[in-house]
Ligand binder design. Structure first.
Ligand SMILES: NC(=O)C1=CN([C@@H]2O[C@H](COP(=O)(O)OP(=O)(O)OC[C@H]3O[C@@H](n4cnc5c(N)ncnc54)[C@H](O)[C@@H]3O)[C@@H](O)[C@H]2O)C=CC1
Ligand SMILES: C[C@H](O)[C@@H]1OC(=O)[C@H](O)[C@@H]1O
Length: 253
């Protein structure tokens, strides 16, 4: 098991990629704390899945856009499990909207949840890891959208580029403490975040046709790469970004 005896924290862990990562971490031997914001049923289901795997689980409610949520999440996890070994910064939103009439509050909320939230969470987790004194691993869920644009994502893609960049700079700032920082860059993964956008079957098929592996992603496709980067198998990997997109990015023509 890749995460035997570790404590893993995941933001936005009540659905999608975060839920898949949380459950896989438990399958790999970790106790897991998830942050969630509104989906109580989803959080309860993830806790139940983790416990069914014989591991301890904790769900802590909070809006990642607020700095105090980060501090409270890490404190609650330490109170329950004594330490933080792995932190997965995953929570995010993507309210698709055209650029020219983007409401300021849509732009600002997307920045606050996706980028400010990741910064505060990673900072709080890193301070706990530094205090423990024996290193750790941080994995942030960025996106293929850190590298390419989207017409209705002008507020969103900069947050994903920012998260990718945050991991690079944090890798430098935290390397001396033995804390590794990496990001995963998912392609299009079928989750709640894009359920409406991909409800149009024609668009979904067009997107899938661009993927060399021939299908859109599932949340579980991210679980292995996240666990790998979190584990000692990746002990000399830091500041890296791992595309998990079925080959979509390289498929120019
Ligand atoms: N689905 C996709 O195609 C891709 C998703 N991503 C990223 O993956 C991450 C997870 O998204 P998915 O699993 O796809 O969708 P999702 O909607 O299932 O998951 C997002 C999670 O973040 C949580 N969340 C949203 N706002 C929050 C807040 N203020 N505080 C705490 N939690 C909050 C949601 O409750 C949800 O559990 C996001 O950061 C997203 O940007 C990146 C690339 C592609
Ligand atoms: C939510 C979108 O479908 C998804 O988010 C990303 O980051 C991907 O690039 C897709 O556009």
């Amino acid at each position: 098991m890749l995460l035997e005896g570790k404590t893993v924290l995941v933001t936005g862990g009540s659905s999608g990629i975060g839920a898949a990562a949380a459950v896989e971490a438990a399958r790999q031997g970790a106790d897991v704390a998830i942050n969630y914001v509104g989906n109580q049923a989803g959080a309860d289901a993830v806790v139940a899945q983790i416990e069914a795997l014989g591991r301890r689980a904790l769900a802590v409610r909070g809006d990642v856009a607020k700095r105090e949520t980060a501090i409270a999440f890490v404190e609650a996890a330490v109170a329950a499990f004594d330490r933080v070994d792995v932190f997965v910064s995953n929570a995010g939103i993507c309210p698709f909207h055209a650029f020219l009439d983007m409401p300021a509050d849509t732009f600002e909320r997307t920045m606050q949840v996706n980028l400010h939230g990741a910064f505060y969470m990673v900072q709080a987790a890193a301070n706990q890891m530094v205090a423990q004194g024996d290193g750790g691993a941080i994995v942030a869920v960025s996106s293929i959208s850190a590298l390419v644009g989207g017409e209705f994502q002008t507020h969103y893609t900069p947050t994903k580029a920012g998260i990718h960049s945050l991991m690079q700079s944090a890798a430098i700032a935290l390397g001396r403490h033995g804390i590794r920082c990496n990001s995963v860059l998912p392609g299009t993964i079928l989750t709640e975040i894009n359920r409406d956008d991909l409800a149009d079957g024609e668009k979904r098929e067009r997107m899938a046709a661009r993927v060399p592996l021939g299908r859109l992603g599932e949340p579980e496709d991210l679980a292995g790469p996240i666990v790998f980067l979190a584990s000692d198998m990746a002990r000399y990997v830091t500041g890296a970004a791992l595309l998990v997109d079925g080959g979509a990015f390289v498929n120019l023509q």
